[in-house]
Design a protein. Structure first.
Length: 170
């Protein structure tokens, strides 16, 4: 749903969020404002609620408002309500670029995840250390961390790219 729809639902007492969020937004009737509910550890203020008018990250907040992926927040999809938020591959890539580790609920192996690797180098046949550098991506690659070790330059399957069961690694 878009934000206009989400906002109307907030005014009816519903909690809404974006899919990857562990918290939610709701309407505070007394203050006549949107309140962001989150874990204090995730907050820029150290509090578990933030009046939207007090946000320090205006651009980020506006990007969220412009999203058309708003959903209801409930016990199945919201961390602070006891659930696990999931998201799509596009968001997974976005979070990798921010330095977070992500995995799929659908992957069979436990403790498997992907992360963004940088400062990559290797030893060539002449025993020289070669620092990888590419004009388009610099010195970065996606690393798959699994039970057998690390696979550098992991490639997503079609199933991985189309899945909506991506989650953050604790």
């Amino acid at each position: 749903m878009n934000f206009r729809e989400a906002f109307e639902l907030m005014k009816q007492g519903k909690k809404v969020k974006l899919p990857s969020w562990g918290g939610y937004w709701y309407w505070d009737e007394e203050k006549q404002t949107v309140v962001m509910k989150c874990r204090a550890v995730d907050s820029e203020t150290g509090k578990d609620t933030l009046d939207i008018r007090e946000t320090q990250r205006v651009e980020y907040t506006l990007e969220n408002i412009l999203s058309d992926e708003w959903v209801f927040a409930d016990e199945s999809n919201t961390t602070i309500l006891g659930g696990t938020p999931t998201f799509g591959f596009g968001d997974a890539i976005k979070y990798l670029k921010r330095g977070l580790k992500v995995t799929r609920k659908g992957w069979n192996g436990k403790k498997q995840y992907i992360e963004l690797a940088s400062n990559i180098s290797y030893v060539n046949a002449g025993c020289e250390i070669v620092n990888c550098e590419h004009d388009a991506i610099g010195n970065k690659a996606i690393a798959f961390v699994g039970t057998s070790g690390v696979q550098m330059g992991w490639l997503a399957s079609q199933a991985d790219m189309l899945a909506e069961d991506w989650v953050f690694v604790d």
